[in-house]
Design a protein around this ligand. Structure first.
Ligand SMILES: [Zn+2]
Length: 85
């Protein structure tokens, strides 16, 4: 019998919208319990709209999330305070 995986924040279907695996300290900083799940949408919210490589565990599961940003090489764009006020 397959277990149903749901996001613990929005209750959405987790299996169809899985998020990457984060380090425990990141998870804890977000107030999440180890057994809880977040869907990709909710996890992105917590991450501030974008995953940081430093937040993601280096494992095969995470490759889809890690590869694009790795390839992109962090171009330093003076992202100062524009729009942040
Ligand atoms: Zn969610």
């Amino acid at each position: 019998m397959a277990r149903q995986y749901c996001c613990d924040r929005c209750g959405g279907d987790w299996a169809g919208n899985a998020r990457p695996v984060f380090y425990d300290n990141i998870w804890a900083a977000w107030g999440m319990q180890p057994h809880e799940l977040l869907c990709d949408t909710c996890a992105l919210n917590y991450a501030g709209g974008k995953y940081q490589l430093s937040q993601l565990v280096d494992c095969r599961w995470n490759q889809p999330w890690m590869t694009p940003s790795k390839r992109r090489k962090k171009r330093q764009q003076g992202q100062g305070t524009a729009g942040a006020r």
